[in-house]
Design a protein. Structure first.
Ligand code: PML
Length: 261
């Protein structure tokens, strides 16, 4: 019999809770079985307490039991890397990848501008891939892709063949990008971290996979976040509901019968 999975997620802010004006510092998403929850809570707590963006004085960890039939199982996006020597080159690569996916120049320009100005953004900004308009009406809250993680077996399998890339950051980023691009309404995701010292970002799409790009910002800058470029004229409410609530487990197809997925 399959064991139920739980969603465990963390958000941390400095200066009080986010909704009372606190500055977003850290967030994290995992799925796990009951007996793993203490360890996962500790990992997420450690993440929030040791962050280069600041010292959290508000940390919330939420745990929810998931029903097995509500969990979507999807494969991880394939990963590849581009080379760039500086921010100009890195952004040029990102822009040309986004253009090759059919995103308009206006939307690309706006997406990059949003990320350059975004220092307190919590969730993603949703941008119409044709008009370039910001569509979510969420301000700094944005839209948080939530309730996703790798199955234990899939992460172990992936780790064996991607040794230099194994890190909690990349683990979370691929899980998130795989969920985001699994929506038929996502054209692409553009992301770079708002952590001061982390300058590699990515462009993700269902057709080209997860493409890492170095130097999407300068070292020491605290701007960053995520842009979800979406198709024109779709139901935004349904899109946001999928991102925020549908549980997604990243797993290889041949694991469908494995215990614990
Ligand atoms: C983040 O940590 O906030 C986003 C990570 C983006 C890039 C991860 C990678 O190195 O592939």
């Amino acid at each position: 019999m399959l064991n139920n999975l739980y969603s465990i997620r963390m958000r941390g802010a400095e200066g009080g809770p986010h909704e009372h004006g606190g500055r977003h510092i850290s967030g994290g998403e995992r799925l796990g079985q009951k007996e793993e929850l203490q360890e996962l809570a500790k990992e997420l707590l450690d993440k929030s307490l040791h962050h280069s963006r600041g010292d959290c004085d508000f940390i919330q960890i939420v745990i929810e039991k998931l029903m097995d039939d509500e969990i979507q199982r999807i494969s991880p996006l394939p990963i590849s890397s581009e080379q760039a020597q500086n921010v100009k080159e890195g952004r040029k690569i990102a822009m040309s990848l986004l253009a090759s996916l059919g995103i308009s120049d206006e939307a690309i320009k706006n997406g990059i501008e949003f990320l350059k100005q975004s220092t307190h953004q919590r969730g993603a900004i949703i941008v119409d891939s044709q008009t370039g308009q910001r569509l979510d009406n969420r301000g700094l809250k944005g839209v948080r892709a939530s309730r996703m993680d790798w199955s234990k077996e899939s992460w172990e399998k992936w780790s064996k063949s991607h040794a230099p890339l194994i890190s909690p950051r990349i683990r979370e980023a691929i899980a998130l990008a795989s969920k985001v691009t699994a929506s038929p309404y996502t054209v692409a995701e553009l992301c770079w971290s708002d952590d001061l010292e982390y300058t590699t970002g990515y462009v993700a799409s269902s057709s080209k996979g997860y493409i890492r790009i170095p130097h999407l910002k300068n070292n020491g800058e605290d701007c960053g976040g995520r842009i979800f470029f979406i198709k024109h004229n779709i139901s935004l409410d349904d899109y946001i509901t999928y991102m925020e609530t549908t549980p997604v487990c990243i797993s290889y197809e041949d694991e469908a019968d494995m215990k614990g997925l």
